[in-house]
Write a protein that binds this ligand. Structure first.
Ligand code: NAD
Length: 513
């Protein structure tokens, strides 16, 4: 089989020796069992990574808390300079890292490159921000007093990430945390551990070249048990966790038990509303990419199309026809549109969902199925499917992390579509396709979409880093990336300074001595 330059990419990223148990970075502390990483692309073992034991974890935390003492004192723009260099390194390694992402996780090479581009973009954003970590000043009610607020570094930020964005989510968090003066400990998904090693190596080079302790950037490996070391640990000031709602509910409770801070980025159940005034061509592009991109494994993947009855048949036909053009196969081959699911468990969930929707009374419009034969040896390649369903079906209410699109019909005004769109527990991304100003504004209004992301005439997936990213309700309420998301990585302090020779009390209180 063609290698697609994988060996060379692994060499460039310094992940070639891991089969022998050696790797660079703080991961040197790892002494636990091996985690094996198999590619969903061809089913081959790519490498093994040692997991972190409780003892190893203590050492990592010692190194991290020590590094924090000096890192927090470095002026923020100087921390920004380190992040700038990190962004430069990512530019150099973009192709290699994009390839590893594609091979280990299964998304297309183009999407792998896109993920690395997001890392570069957040670095650029963070560099500028490092000169801007501003608070407010307020007028004091007391004469000769000054009052203002400032933001200080938090401490250790623990990052727990999902398999589907194995590198970008880490960078969204670290680039901001670093300029804010925090140090990071990252537990990548156990389904993409080599991406973690590759990123750690890239960051470690930058810290080394600048004579800075690598403890500013730490990696721990393993499954949820290793994640729990951090959620239960008081020394971790902020837990930023990305993954399923099931995981988020456990993590939120663990962190709340010690009254720690958490930033949760959980599952979505994203819909596009298609109104009678929609541009059908744009709708098809947005919906198809949203539903099948990354093989339906994006938190912002389009899961539901809420279509007005007057154009329902037309839209259904246009989308079904587009599905016929999809080429499914090796994601490193750029002529393919859809790669594999992450593993065989995911294939099982996909099959169950298709069964369930029929059991609940739905109708399959575009047939699914698992592919076999040459090129599909990993057993993880599936056909994107479309089913007609009802909004209240249990399967429609839940997120199935696979390329299954549910078509739902609405009648009457756009408010009916909005009600269906909001009638789920998740609240991540949403979109409306319309050229009608009234409909669009209604969708964005107080009585409109209840999601963290609401788009007009673009699909649900593919956010830019300049905006804050995250969702409401059971999606967890966290915001990452752009806008003022940086504030969660810092602690806020209000300061009042008296430059007179008197000590007047607030609220006019008298206390004569
Ligand atoms: P998952 O919940 O199975 O795992 C995510 C991470 O959490 C992994 O690193 C895992 O080891 C860790 N984890 C699990 N249980 C834990 C526990 N009790 N304590 C500490 N850590 C624990 O999710 P997944 O299958 O890797 O990813 C898919 C899910 O992630 C989907 O639901 C998707 O929507 C969501 N996701 C959300 C966003 C977002 O920004 N909102 C982004 C990407 C993915």
């Amino acid at each position: 089989a063609a290698d697609f330059g994988i060996k060379q990419a692994l060499d460039q990223l310094g992940v070639k020796d891991i089969n022998n148990g050696s790797s660079t970075g703080s991961n040197n502390f790892a002494n636990g069992n091996y985690i094996e990483s198999y590619s969903p692309v061809d089913g081959q073992l790519i490498g093994k990574v040692k997991s972190t034991t409780a003892e190893d974890y203590e050492k990592v935390m010692e190194v991290a808390t020590e590094a924090f003492k000096s890192w927090r004192l470095k002026p923020a723009p100087q921390r920004g300079e380190i992040v700038r260099q990190f962004g430069e390194k990512l530019r150099e390694k973009k192709e290699a890292l994009g390839k590893l992402v594609s091979y280990e996780m299964g998304k297309s090479y183009q999407e792998g490159l896109g993920e690395v581009q997001e890392m570069i973009d957040i670095c650029d954003f963070a560099v500028g921000l490092s000169r801007q970590l501003h608070g407010f000043t307020m007028h004091s009610e007391r004469p000769g007093h000054r009052m203002y607020e400032q933001y200080h570094p938090l401490g250790v930020v623990g990052i727990i990430s999902a398999f589907n964005f194995p590198v970008a989510v880490w960078a969204w968090n670290t680039a901001l945390a670093w300029i804010c003066g925090d140090v990071c400990v990252w537990k990548p998904s156990e389904k993409a551990p080599l991406c973690g090693i590759a990123c750690q190596n890239i960051a470690a080079e930058v810290f080394k070249e600048n004579n800075l302790p690598e403890g500013i950037c730490n990696l721990i490996n393993g499954d949820y048990k290793v994640g729990e070391f951090m959620t239960k640990d008081r020394q971790v000031s902020l837990i930023s966790a990305t993954g399923s709602i099931r995981m988020g509910k456990i993590v939120a409770q663990e962190v709340a038990k010690r009254l720690g801070k958490s930033l949760l980025e959980l599952g979505g159940n994203n819909a596009i509303i298609v109104t009678p005034d929609a541009d059908i061509k744009m709708t098809v592009i947005g919906a198809v990419f949203g539903a099948v991109g990354t093989c339906g494994q994006r938190c912002t993947s389009t899961r539901r199309l809420i279509i007005h009855e007057s154009i329902y048949d037309k839209v259904t036909k246009a989308i079904s026809d587009a599905y016929k053009q999809l080429r499914i196969g090796n994601p490193l081959d750029e002529s393919n549109h859809v790669g594999p699911l992450i593993d065989k468990d995911a294939v099982k969930m996909y099959k169950n969902a298709l069964k369930k929707v029929v059991e609940e009374g739905g109708k399959i419009i575009v047939e699914g199925g698992v592919l076999s034969g040459e090129g599909y040896e990993s057993g993880c390649y599936v056909k994107p499917a479309i089913a007609e369903a009802e909004p209240h079906f249990e399967i429609v209410q839940n997120e199935t992390f696979a390329p299954i699109l549910y078509l739902l019909k609405y009648s009457g005004g756009v408010e009916n579509a909005i009600e269906i769109q909001n009638g789920v527990v998740q609240g991540l991304s949403s979109a409306i396709m319309t050229n009608n100003l009234r409909e669009a504004e209604r969708f964005l209004s107080h009585a409109g979409s209840d999601c963290g992301i609401a788009n007009v005439n673009i699909g649900t997936s593919g956010a830019e880093i300049g905006g804050a990213f995250g969702g409401e309700k059971e999606t967890g309420g966290g915001r990452e990336s752009g806008s003022d998301a940086w504030k969660v990585y810092m602690r806020r302090q209000t300061n009042t300074i008296n430059y007179t020779e008197d000590l007047p009390l607030a609220q006019g209180i008298k206390f004569d001595l």
